[in-house]
Design a binder for this molecule. Structure first.
Ligand SMILES: Nc1nc2c(c(=O)[nH]1)N[C@H]1C(S)=C(S)[C@@H](COP(=O)(O)O)O[C@H]1N2
Ligand SMILES: [Mo]
Length: 321
């Protein structure tokens, strides 16, 4: 049921061709296909569209949602980490609108029966969208409660049929020099790469995310599609995803490469394992600041221990941090 297209983040033709000419190109294509003149692949390559205006995404409720008060839309979309746009908290909201998010494809590669390049709109329609209100915690010591829109990553994984030797999944995100000023700095190895063990990826809480607060994702939060893994520190949740690779060996990840003693592969929220330069025992909930607000105690697995602790049974979480 997945439709493949061949385009992989080319220069946006809409930047160099006025849209009227695009309309015409579409008509010409349609006529040519009708006349049997073009191969299917050429007919399927869609002309580029401008980024869509914020668009509602219909989503049903989820029993996996927390009923804690939500962080305001304003805070969720203006206090971000997305180093491709700069390391300041407001850099992503200032620059991310430059990132072209249509057309967009995810390349599915490696040990699967159905590899291929899948279009964002096909991915959007793959399973029913749910609103998942998750607690999120950044390794820097702050947290938010965010109503994401998406479906379990497992819905996609099952459909591409991983082979037995697929033990991990590597996620690669966009590295577009034209729209991402942060790529000029070497803070991280680009493209940003993250990974999950296969059973973590298949856990129902792991979300393939297309929106928040009922709208499509803003660029700064990882448009048009990202991963959300609520029991791990925020950096495991790669934004603006372009490739999903099924691999046998534990992938190297950008943060681990940058600082191997500070950021391990697992990166589960764990108040008992301090970051080498600071404690992880407490957190500050964004929007609750003010001199009367107390720090919150950070919970094991970010409060999702009941659901996910069994994934790590028998592991030494101090060594495998
Ligand atoms: N591509 C990419 N994804 C990324 C990051 C990044 O710098 N680049 N930062 C991570 C970190 S550290 C956090 S805390 C979350 C923040 O997500 P949010 O801004 O949507 O809350 O995004 C994660 N995903
Ligand atoms: Mo983070």
């Amino acid at each position: 049921m997945l439709i493949r297209t061949r385009s992989q983040h080319p220069v946006q033709p809409s930047e160099i061709t006025p849209s009227a000419a695009f309309g015409r190109r579409r008509e010409i294509l349609r006529a040519a296909t009708a006349a049997g003149l073009l191969p299917v692949a050429a007919a399927l390559a869609r002309p580029a569209r401008a980024n869509p205006a914020p668009q509602r995404l219909e989503a049903g409720p989820s029993p996996l949602s927390t009923d804690e008060p939500r962080t305001s839309y304003e805070d969720v979309t203006s206090y971000n980490n997305f180093y491709e746009f700069g390391t300041g908290k407001d850099d992503p909201s200032r620059h991310a609108h430059q990132m072209p998010t249509r057309p967009w494809t995810i390349s599915i590669e490696g040990a699967v029966a159905k590899p291929g390049v899948y279009d964002i709109d096909t991915l959007l329609g793959l399973a029913s969208l749910e609103e998942r209100v998750y607690r999120m915690r950044c390794v820097e010591g702050w947290s938010m409660v965010i109503p994401w829109v998406g479906y379990s990553l497992s819905e996609l994984v099952r459909r591409v049929e991983p082979r037995g030797d697929a033990k991990y999944i590597e996620f690669a995100t966009l590295a577009d020099e034209a729209s991402m000023p942060g790529l000029r700095t070497r803070v991280l190895l680009w493209p940003y790469v993250e990974g999950l063990r296969m059973d973590e990826a298949m856990h129902p809480l792991a979300l393939l995310c297309f929106g928040l607060y009922g709208d499509v994702l803003p660029g700064q939060n990882g448009a048009p599609v990202r991963i959300v893994v609520p029991w791990k520190y925020g950096f495991k949740s790669g934004k603006s995803l372009v490739a999903i690779r099924f691999v046998e060996k534990q992938p190297m990840t950008s943060w681990h490469i940058a600082a191997p003693h500070e950021y391990g592969f697992y990166s589960n929220v764990n108040p008992d394992v301090p970051h080498p330069r600071w404690s992880q025992a407490t957190e500050r909930r964004i929007g609750e600041d003010g001199f009367l607000s107390r720090k919150r105690k950070t919970l094991m697995f970010n409060g999702y221990a009941e659901q996910v602790a069994s994934l790590y049974a028998g592991m030494d979480l101090r060594r495998q941090f």
